[in-house]
Design a protein around this ligand. Structure first.
Ligand SMILES: C[S@@+](CC[C@H](N)C(=O)[O-])C[C@H]1O[C@@H](n2cnc3c(N)ncnc32)[C@H](O)[C@@H]1O
Length: 201
């Protein structure tokens, strides 16, 4: 966890997409209900989801990231205990360790750079905990990455289809796109030529 706090403190947040996820905009099909966004960072997708009919529940370890979200989005918020609640849009970001967060049953999951931010030995616990925060028939939307892990190390980690299907048996692959141009420099420096984003729902 210190790793992530240090990244925020150093301003090293290269995972952040200023325009949000194009995959979300292409493939998200719901227009109501609550959406859980684990490890949400300062993602502009929180705002996109709220503007497309959802109440949004983010969870983030770095208070700095939560404050950056509201500041960069120009949104007013109220602090209620460990929750940062937007006043103009239905967005609440809970501050703290995701694995200790409880008390919601959301209608959908939006996971971009959450599962793939976790090392292999944390993923099963992540999925079990995530399932406990979702309604039984919740839609799950997950974006993963694939690359040759013998050449460079995560995060972001490469999570291959076999593991995705083991963790989330209900998911189907929707799309795979070449994401080499957006890969962190360490991957290109390691000579990686194939870096693929995979969308699951
Ligand atoms: C790779 S970033 C992705 C952020 C966001 N999903 C996005 O797409 O921009 C991972 C984020 O998870 C947060 N994080 C890591 N471990 C966490 C934990 N145990 N609980 C809550 N947040 C965590 C980090 O602080 C970081 O902001």
């Amino acid at each position: 966890m210190n790793f992530w706090l240090q990244r925020w403190a150093d301003g090293r947040t290269a995972w952040h997409q200023h325009a949000g996820s194009s995959a979300l905009r292409r493939h998200w099909r719901l227009r109501r209900g609550s959406v859980l966004v684990p490890l949400c960072g300062k993602s502009v997708d929180l705002r996109w989801l709220a503007e497309h009919g959802h109440s949004v529940v983010g969870v983030e370890l770095a208070e700095q990231g939560i404050r950056a979200f509201f500041e960069e989005q120009g949104l007013e918020f109220e602090e209620r205990g460990a929750s940062f609640v937007a006043t103009e849009l239905p967005i609440t970001i809970h501050y703290g360790d995701y694995f200790e967060f409880e008390g919601v049953q959301c209608d959908a999951l939006y996971d971009r750079a959450a599962l793939i931010a976790l090392p292999p030995d944390r993923r099963a616990a992540y999925v079990e905990h995530t399932n406990s925060l979702l309604a039984p028939d919740a839609e799950r939307f997950v974006i993963t990455l694939e690359y040759d892990e013998t050449r460079a190390e995560g995060p972001p980690y490469s999570v291959l289809p076999g593991e995705v299907k083991e963790l989330f048996p209900m998911l189907e692959e929707l799309e795979r796109t070449d994401a080499l141009a957006e890969a962190p420099p360490k991957f290109r420096e390691a000579g990686i030529e194939t870096f693929t984003e995979v969308v699951w729902r």
